[in-house]
Design a protein around this ligand. Structure first.
Ligand SMILES: N[C@@H](CCC(=O)N[C@@H](CS)C(=O)NCC(=O)O)C(=O)O
Ligand SMILES: N[C@@H](CCC(=O)N[C@@H](CS)C(=O)NCC(=O)O)C(=O)O
Ligand code: FES
Lengths: 104, 104
């Protein structure tokens, strides 16, 4: 579908992409984590897109198996949600992954 | 207002009350915290009350200054949100407060 193609384009053209909701604390946590490590993600706030928000959320589920937000992509790869990203960081693997991809 | 009176009644008649949203991870965290310490809170899911949900959320803001969820009350007293409750627990003060009130 066209929406699916636009998501694939977005995650391939942007090193870090976060599908988020503005009022969601887990989304806030993952956004501020990237800020702390000096990386500026492309953030797409699903609650600010009118009817496109829920549509995008379903497309992301189709593409990644994950319906929930935040939904995090690094270097075009699906990373997961807040907990997954924080775990990766605690293992030291987040900054490694980012530097391997020359991000940040 | 009648809604305000019903909130005051709810928090005075129930030792632990959590105003929550079913799909919110912070709400899930605080609900499972009480479960882990063996306390059964009264949980009011604001997203399952149709138009009453947003109305209740505004009443809670008027009563406590807090608009966000989760919104936690113990022994009729406003405790705060997820972070506040977790902090209290890490300091050992949550179980103390609950036992002082003969809860759980
Ligand atoms: N363990 C997941 C939890 C994700 C989750 O449950 N997200 C909630 C918001 S906190 C969600 O997407 N709920 C459905 C919705 O908002 O549409 C993570 O760490 O990201
Ligand atoms: N630090 C607060 C954060 C509370 C917060 O930002 N809650 C969000 C959901 S996670 C909220 O209520 N957003 C507005 C809404 O859902 O109506 C806490 O620990 O509870
Ligand atoms: S909506 Fe509350 S943590 Fe996501």
């Amino acid at each position: 579908s066209r929406l699916e193609e636009s998501v694939k384009k977005t995650i391939s053209e942007n090193p870090v992409v976060i599908y988020s909701k503005t009022w969601c604390s887990y989304s806030m946590e993952v956004k501020s984590l990237f800020k702390r490590i000096g990386v500026e993600p492309l953030v797409i706030e699903l609650d600010q897109l009118g009817p496109h928000g829920p549509q995008l959320q379903k497309v992301l589920e189709r593409l990644t198996g994950q319906y929930t937000v935040p939904n995090v992509f690094i270097g075009g790869k699906h990373i997961g949600g807040c907990t997954d990203t924080v775990k990766l960081h605690h293992k030291g693997e987040l900054t490694t992954l980012l530097s391997d991809l020359n991000i940040g």
